[in-house]
Design a protein around this ligand. Structure first.
Ligand code: B12
Length: 459
């Protein structure tokens, strides 16, 4: 058969607030790379594209020095099923205008009709953005199969099957399955994937690097050196998404960073790992050594928006991270309430926290470059303890960053969340949006959290 054309789509975000914090659809771009290497044609429409041609025509697009920046935003009505539960909050679509998306799809229709459309998904509570995206795809291509995968499709499979409008919903990692998905819908056998069983996940070093080159502009590149996480915190879905902790070799990671810098001029890199520092002798340290010794070392900057494990921050690691050009450090602290037996939080004890901060400051990191995530608005959380944690983090000389809890189905904390929420969380994933502080019981607690937010921001 002819070479099939596979269109990959990154859907809109529907949320109360959103910002491009180094957010790229890495899973979809990984699959796109496998499809391309397997001989099919791939195109990409990014509904979150900050640099869409129509946006550029309107004037300069804001890009921060570290590559981040605002998404375009349009206020939209809340889905009717939950509008009554949530009052007084503005809900928006983040990303390109629907008309721009429609035009982009129509252009493909005119000269380059897709045989299969793959849509990814991220946060579970962005479900209505996925649905709106697929509805528009279906308007232009009513007969082309649309397959949905990604985090929402994995964590809320039944909801996605019922509401997303996709023809097929795939849960879990897809590297080992994409060959059979493409075969099923197009009859084309991707080279390199023949004989790969649906349960078999290839070794990470054998995968082509994610196809970020199909993005129009690369103000930053996300880097993922591993899959999964060796820890299992009660609030987190990592082990549901990827049950085994697997890693790439540091050499392949270094080659990827060199490739994006040397061939595409990328300066900013954001690590997406859940456990970047684990087993540092074999992984992060040789990588940092190679970066420091590389000719591009003074021109690149690295960011760790997904928290680092505090316990692993030694003098050597802190020093090497600084020399390698790390500029944004986020630590997974969760609470400073070290005296209590804390659920889902056995990773760090108080002296480890103070040691890590001392090592980072000694290495040369500035106060504002180091943030400690404090999980807040958890089911049953004592807000006085949270206030205390915020004060202690400030006193330690770094910045407290409040991470609002988003309940995720099937995680150990989910039932507690359902029990104590003022919403019917099982009714709609949107109600689990952390902006709604879904696990706080009443307006007094919400008011208190807003005060704590101010406290965290005051220097
Ligand atoms: C990196 C990351 C981030 C990055 C940004 C990521 C991004 N693209 O926007 C940063 C650090 C900024 C971030 C921030 C947050 N994050 Co986050 N993040 C992750 C993390 C660690 C990895 C995601 C990832 O890229 N995985 C790697 C790729 C390769 O995997 P993948 O996308 O799943 O793709 C695979 C499959 O899903 C599938 N697939 C994907 N697409 C498709 C499409 C098709 C058609 C098919 C067939 C298959 C398929 O195949 C792919 C390859 O196997 C996950 C946890 C995890 N381990 O997954 C949390 C996670 C997604 N984040 C989470 C949360 C809560 C947050 C925050 C709200 C934290 C906070 N309280 O502040 C913020 C909010 C972000 C925002 N924009 O508003 C939650 C999600 C909660 C939810 N309800 O959905 C997760 C699951 C962690 C957790 N706590 O359990 N995050």
């Amino acid at each position: 058969m002819d070479t099939p054309h596979i269109l990959c789509v990154n859907p809109w975000i529907h949320d109360f607030a959103a910002f491009d914090f180094w957010a790229k659809p890495l899973g979809l771009l990984q699959i796109a790379a496998i499809i391309r290497a397997g001989g099919a044609r791939v195109t990409f429409i990014d509904c979150l594209d900050r640099f869409h041609v129509n946006a550029l025509e309107e004037g300069p697009v804001k890009v921060l020095e570290d590559g981040r920046g605002p998404f375009r935003k349009r206020i939209i009505p809340l889905p009717p099923a939950i509008a009554l539960e949530i009052k007084g909050k503005r809900f928006s679509r983040y990303g390109i205008e629907p008309e721009w998306f429609r035009q982009d799809l129509r252009k493909l229709k005119a000269k380059n009709r897709p045989d299969l459309i793959l849509v990814t998904s991220l946060m579970t509570y962005w479900a209505s953005g996925v649905r709106e995206t697929i509805a528009l795809i279906k308007e232009v291509f009513p007969l082309t199969p649309v397959v949905l995968g990604g985090i929402y499709a994995t964590l809320c499979r039944e909801h996605a099957q019922k509401h997303s409008l996709a023809d097929q919903v795939i849960s879990g990692g897809a590297e080992g399955r994409i060959g059979s998905i493409v075969m099923e819908h197009t009859g084309f056998g991707l080279s390199g994937t023949a004989g790969v069983s649906s349960l078999y996940a290839p070794h990470l070093d054998d995968l082509p690097i994610p196809a970020l080159d199909i993005c129009k502009k690369l103000p930053y590149v996300p880097i993922l050196t591993s899959r999964g996480c060796p820890f299992s915190c009660d609030y987190c879905a990592s082990s549901l998404l990827e049950p085994h902790f697997r890693r790439r070799s540091w050499i392949s990671v270094f080659q990827e960073i060199s490739h994006w810098h040397n061939n595409y001029g990328v300066k900013n890199f954001a690590f997406y790992d859940d456990a970047l520092l684990v087993d540092s002798e074999k992984h992060i340290l040789p990588l940092l050594d190679a970066i420091v010794a590389s000719p591009f070392s003074s021109r690149t900057a690295f960011h760790t928006p997904n928290a680092l494990h505090i316990r692993y921050i030694s003098r050597e690691i802190a020093g090497m991270m600084f020399r390698a050009g790390f500029r944004t450090i986020r630590l997974g602290l969760e609470t400073m309430d070290f005296s209590k037996c804390r659920k889902g939080d056995t990773k760090v004890v108080e002296n480890e926290f103070h040691h890590a901060v001392a090592m980072l400051r000694e290495a040369g990191f500035l106060r504002e470059q180091i943030g400690a995530y404090l999980l807040c608005a958890l089911p049953g959380q004592n807000l006085d303890h949270l206030a205390h944690s915020i004060s202690l983090v400030k006193k330690s000389g770094i910045v407290p960053v409040l991470a609002y809890y988003s309940p995720i189905p099937n995680t150990p904390m989910w039932q507690d969340a359902v029990r104590c929420s003022r919403f019917d969380l099982e009714n709609d994933p949107l109600l689990t949006n952390n902006a709604l502080l879904p696990c706080l019981g009443d307006s007094r607690e919400i008011k208190k959290i807003l005060e704590l937010k101010k406290l965290a921001q005051q220097f």
